[in-house]
Design a protein around this ligand. Structure first.
Ligand code: 11C
Length: 344
């Protein structure tokens, strides 16, 4: 089966990752690219200012970029991936949904809307059924599905593995790569020999999105998970890969080996972009490290290490590639889930 897809916001940092990940994809064929008005009409090669570390795929380089409107996207496109800035996405995604498109979006608007599935296929694929509620509420033929913020995706699979021990409270402190800020944000050169102890809105996203992802869905609504989640988010001069230090209180008292086994054994899913092993657990206390470990599972795996069970709770580190597993790869995986579950 071949599904024709479009990318909204194709020239940005995440848009470029979409193009890289969709090159030679077994199901998806890129059929439309959109960007801001100023790029519309240009070839993708001219519009993109390509910065990904593989060449622009030939099939895409000479495609003409369209404006980000439903009229600019061919009718036979079945699925749109969105990496628009959230303020733009909030304004234009509804136009595409009203026009009947299914949109798998990385943009942060609407992630916490009660009728929008916020999904990581390995964690809460069942939440996709919220699309029925969404269509009834909003009256559109299309469907909107979101993936979470990259720092949330890095941590939540490890929390899902711990939940069998009774997850009560989570504190996390992040060390986030500069690529999370996009090309127009903080650059690596600007923060060399430095760290920035604040990322606007990031802490709130981690705190709320985690609880929605881990929440129970009864067919009509998601009840947020009862654990308290508190986050402190920091930018460091790493290019790609968010590293996070997690402290978790559990009702039970598993030892470090029980915790490692729970993470290692946490099941993956059978989708084309899913890693065979979702969580890689390291015993070497010097790992995971962004530069050494972010490409595991083609950038789609989660890494964990430094696991210690103490009287005060459990502590460990986790890591994921923020623009692959944490952004474009997450949306592609959700697109694959939409196909697998028959929504496309
Ligand atoms: C960062 N996590 O590293 C942000 C970037 O909500 O998808 C992604 C923001 C989002 O700055």
């Amino acid at each position: 089966m071949s599904v024709r897809v479009g990318i909204l916001g194709a020239t940005g940092a995440v848009g470029q990752r979409f193009i890289q990940l969709l090159d030679d994809h077994e199901t998806f064929e890129i059929a439309a690219l959109t960007a801001s008005e100023s790029s519309a009409g240009e070839t993708y090669r001219d519009a993109a200012k390509w910065r990904v570390n593989t060449p622009i795929p030939d099939a895409v380089a000479e495609m003409t970029v369209g404006a980000t409107t439903p009229e600019a996207v061919p009718d036979d496109v079945d699925l749109l991936f969105s990496s628009l800035p959230s303020s733009v996405a909030a304004a234009v995604e509804p136009d595409f949904l009203e026009a009947g498109y299914v949109v798998s979006s990385n943009s942060s608007n609407d992630r916490m809307a009660p009728d929008v599935p916020l999904t990581i296929p390995e964690i809460n694929a069942d939440h996709l059924e919220l699309i029925e509620v969404q269509r009834e509420n909003r009256g559109w033929d299309g469907a909107l599905i979101k993936n979470p913020n990259c720092s949330t995706i890095t941590m939540v699979p490890t929390l899902a593995a711990l939940d069998q021990f009774g997850l009560e409270r989570v504190s996390v402190s992040t060390l986030q790569a500069v690529s999370g800020a996009g090309y127009s944000g903080v650059t690596s050169m600007e923060i060399i020999d430095n760290a920035i102890p604040h990322i606007g809105g990031e802490e709130e996203k981690m705190e709320s999105e985690s609880r929605k992802l881990l929440g129970d869905f009864d067919g009509a609504e998601v009840t947020l998970h009862g654990a308290d989640v508190t986050a402190s988010c920091n930018r460091i001069p790493t290019l790609d890969g968010h590293l996070e230090n997690v402290f978790a209180d559990l009702t039970e008292d598993p030892d470090a080996e029980d915790i490692a086994a729970a993470m290692r054994d946490y099941p993956g899913v059978d989708l084309p972009s899913a890693p065979e092993q979702l969580i890689h657990v390291f015993e070497d206390p010097m790992r995971p490290q962004p530069r050494l470990d972010r490409e595991r599972g083609d950038g789609m795996a989660i890494c964990a290490g430094g696991i210690q069970a103490t009287d005060e709770g459990v502590k460990y580190n986790c890591l994921a590639h923020n623009t692959i597993r944490g952004a474009a790869g997450a949306s592609v995986l959700n697109g694959e889930l939409l196909v697998e579950d028959g929504w496309i």
